[in-house]
Write a protein that binds this ligand. Sequence first.
Ligand code: SF4
Length: 472
Amino acid sequence: MANIPSVDSVELERQAGIMQRIYELNTALSSPPLAFVDTYGCQQNEADSEKIRGMLHEMGYGFTDDEYEADLIVINTCAIREHAEMRILGNVGALVHTKRKNPEQKIVLCGCMVQQEHMIERIKKSFHQVDLVFGTHELYRFPELMDRMLSTHKGRIFEVRKIDGERVEGLPVLRQDSVKAWLSVMYGCNNFCSYCIVPYVRGRERSRAPEAIFDEARQLIDSGYKEITLLGQNVNSYGRDLGGDTDFSYLLSEINKIPGDFIIRFMTSHPKDATDRLFQTMADCEKVENHIHLPFQSGNDRLLKAMNRNYTKQSYLELVEKARSLMPDISITSDVIVGFPGETDEEFEDTLDLVRKVRFDMLFTFIYSPREGTPAAKMPDPFTREEKQRRFDRLIALHNEIVAEKQAAHVGKVARVLIDGESRKDSRGYNLTSRTSEGRLVLLKGSKELIGQFRNVLITDSTTWSLCGEIC
Ligand code: SF4
């Protein structure tokens, strides 16, 4: 496999030995120490936290959601927007109180935010309650770093390497959900969109070997998982670093062949790499759900160029047309940035025009947030926050109107759903959540025993963000 080093089995066995040693110490205690793992950001971070939990489980830890009760707090951070970072730092700041109550408590920060030098300096200077900081490339070394923190080491530990990334297989995983599972197919990103910090903090694209992915998919299906979501920053470039013909469409069609009653989702797809072959494969594979998340970010060609996105409004519209010609009911969701540096009112109108034309099923809308170290953060930006907010509000109003219309059109229809969990208490008595093939949320009434089952439901009502249904 091309140029990307792998962490060898000797090193992984060494980490496993350290986990065993910590396990023996912890199980000799009258009760197991408790860990609180707090995760911010994307699904990739959720998947990483499942590995952190897996390693902690192997080290004999139990789990709690109570920061005061925890012997160990691990915060898996996100760097995608300034707002997320401020929230994380606020929460880390508040941990002085938990540590004051329990001076033996250990606090660990990891993930994308701490991969940035200015953040490390800030934590060193202002967050003395933090005991261990490790970067995204050190995840497999968590046992060794835990060991140093808990035993020999005096003082705080900072372990953050600036590397392109390594391939690591075989870390233990403790999953949070028993119906839906994340399955990472690749790590990192090569695209360097001008506003995005991800390639700097997560390294270059590293595709996992297809056999490792198929093995994990088989294990998940054998364990009763019903929904597998294949994860990558840009799944459409899966396999390029492996050499040969292996691509994401091949992964989808091979996983689709595994026997069993389950469904396949994936995210995220970069429009520049979405191909006819991908859409044809989606249409051909009955287990691949009828949904694609295809971030467009802006409807204006000058901005798309400044963002380094490598497609145009027209080519994006052609992709949508292609997808809908093969899968007429496909749901298309997307991300959009409002107020990219220098975006004018006229350029923003192109974004509204694209939204009107595509009629997205769901949009994740963001006001541009400068990320230190990215090219966009140095671009002149003459527009005020208030102007950007006004544009943002117009976009939301348009999108909400479209979604409400689209949702209402489902009332009276029958859909197959996967019942995936309990809903928050609802005055109308809905207590279960489910998703259609298109990813639409349908609230249902029924016994908890139904969780994990596929059922046909009659859609009886709609709101902007959910549908209500009755099991047929
Ligand atoms: S494709 Fe662009 S936006 Fe997505 S993670 Fe890579 S650089 Fe960031």
